[in-house]
Design a protein around this ligand. Structure first.
Ligand code: PLP
Length: 392
């Protein structure tokens, strides 16, 4: 099969060649434990600190404010757990209705099993956060406000700085799941109010199995993993050295490429989107086109099944997604599109294309060439399609 055209970068990204190169010595010869007394292992500790500096620089943070974790999911759990344990008298959690399961299911579990009061702030039809509802929800009982920076399904960007300021008015801790934002949007944590931020290596061209959590200096912190003294006693477990080195290198690359992401990648995304809307009837964009990640488009092709589109794209060697990779396999329409009130016939026909700095013009052309035919074919056999033709 010819090389795949890869449009699923919000699910995971390829490992950048430079990143692979940087981590290889730590899989081959430099395998020592960084906590060792001997120089062989000890020399690795200094390299970890360099990686921490590089990642901190990407975020506008101090190196001491970064702790390495195993993934975005661990960072999210750590942040939420730390916040509620730091403020044990407070019994209220605020999140949104469109979070990734890594946040949503933790909050839901705390509500169901530990009796927390949970407010899930809604969004409008463009996926924009209801700031009035947030303003009314936050009170002196709120322990943590956790809101994603950018949505993985639609790319919609939330005003997290404004939300963090609101949380602080009542002494709540503010956490953001920035897994989709890091590397795509400029971030300067020093200048703002965000207390904790989660990110994941495999969403920015580092390998799977490495993540990080930013904890602002002075923020109360309770560890999630206890054990050894690694990560200044904040995250036990022998450091995932190759992954950490990789994430440091990926952070450098992300800093170098953020302009490309916001110009060339954005233009490619726009060309793909405009082309699809022009050639496929009854297609509509889901998300806030004014405040959206430069690499993401989520399009509903009405009256047909998103999953069916994906299977036919797959036959052409094109990888896309129906939204959240984590819910694939269930026939429920995405909770994000449901929260936005996207009608049933459109929510079911949604496809997400997510690009990266490795996406080429030729790949976009491949999608534009096959999609009109795929949509036409599926409409012909769709029960919804026939219905529409009758009533039109
Ligand atoms: C992918 C993703 C996560 C989970 O990150 P993992 O490293 O896969 O655990 C969390 N939040 C968002 C928004 C994501 O896109």
């Amino acid at each position: 099969m010819a090389k795949v055209a890869y449009f699923d970068n919000n699910a995971t990204t390829c490992v950048a060649p430079e990143v692979m190169e940087a981590m290889l010595p730590y899989l081959r010869e430099l395998y020592g434990n960084p906590s060792s007394i001997h120089t062989f292992g000890g020399q690795v500790a200094a390299r970890i600190e360099e990686a921490r500096e590089r990642l901190a620089a990407l975020l506008g943070a101090e190196p001491q404010e970064i702790l390495f974790t195993s993934c975005g999911t661990e960072s999210d759990s750590t942040a939420i757990y730390s916040a509620i344990r730091s403020l044990p008298k407070r019994r209220h959690i605020i999140t949104s209705r469109v979070e990734h399961p890594a946040v949503q299911n933790v909050c839901q579990w705390l509500a169901d099993r530990e009796g927390y009061r949970l407010t899930e702030v809604g969004v409008d039809s463009h996926g924009r956060l209801d700031m009035d509802q947030l303003r009314q929800a936050v009170d002196d009982d709120t322990a943590v406000v956790t809101l994603m920076w950018a949505n993985n399904e639609t790319g919609t960007i939330f005003p997290v700085e404004e939300a963090a300021a609101l949380a602080h008015l009542h002494g709540a801790i503010f956490h953001t799941d920035a897994v989709q934002a890091v590397g795509k949007l400029p971030i300067d944590l020093a200048a703002g109010h965000i207390d904790m931020l989660s990110l994941s290596g495999h969403k920015l061209h580092a390998p799977k199995g490495i993540g990080a959590l930013y904890v602002r200096r002075g923020t109360r912190f309770v560890p999630f993993l206890r054990g050894g003294h690694q990560e200044s006693n904040r995250r036990a477990g022998t450091e995932a050295v190759p992954g950490i080195i990789a994430l440091g290198r990926a952070a450098d690359l992300a800093a170098e490429r953020i302009d490309d992401e916001n110009t060339r990648v954005r233009a490619l995304r726009d060309r793909l989107e405009k082309g699809l809307l022009a050639t496929c009837p009854d297609a509509r964009i889901n998300g806030d086109t004014a405040h959206r990640l430069p690499n993401t488009t989520n399009i509903s092709f009405e009256f047909i099944e998103g999953e069916a589109i994906l299977l036919l794209l797959d036959q052409e060697g094109i990888c896309a997604s129906s939204g959240s990779a984590c819910t694939t396999g269930s026939l429920e329409p995405s909770h994000v599109l449901r929260a936005m009130g996207v009608p049933f016939t459109a929510a079911h026909g949604s496809v997400r294309f997510s690009l990266s700095c490795y996406t080429t013009d030729a790949e976009v052309d491949r999608v534009l060439k096959v999609m009109p035919g795929i949509v036409r074919r599926l409409r012909e056999i769709s029960p919804f399609g026939r219905e529409t033709l009758r009533t039109a």
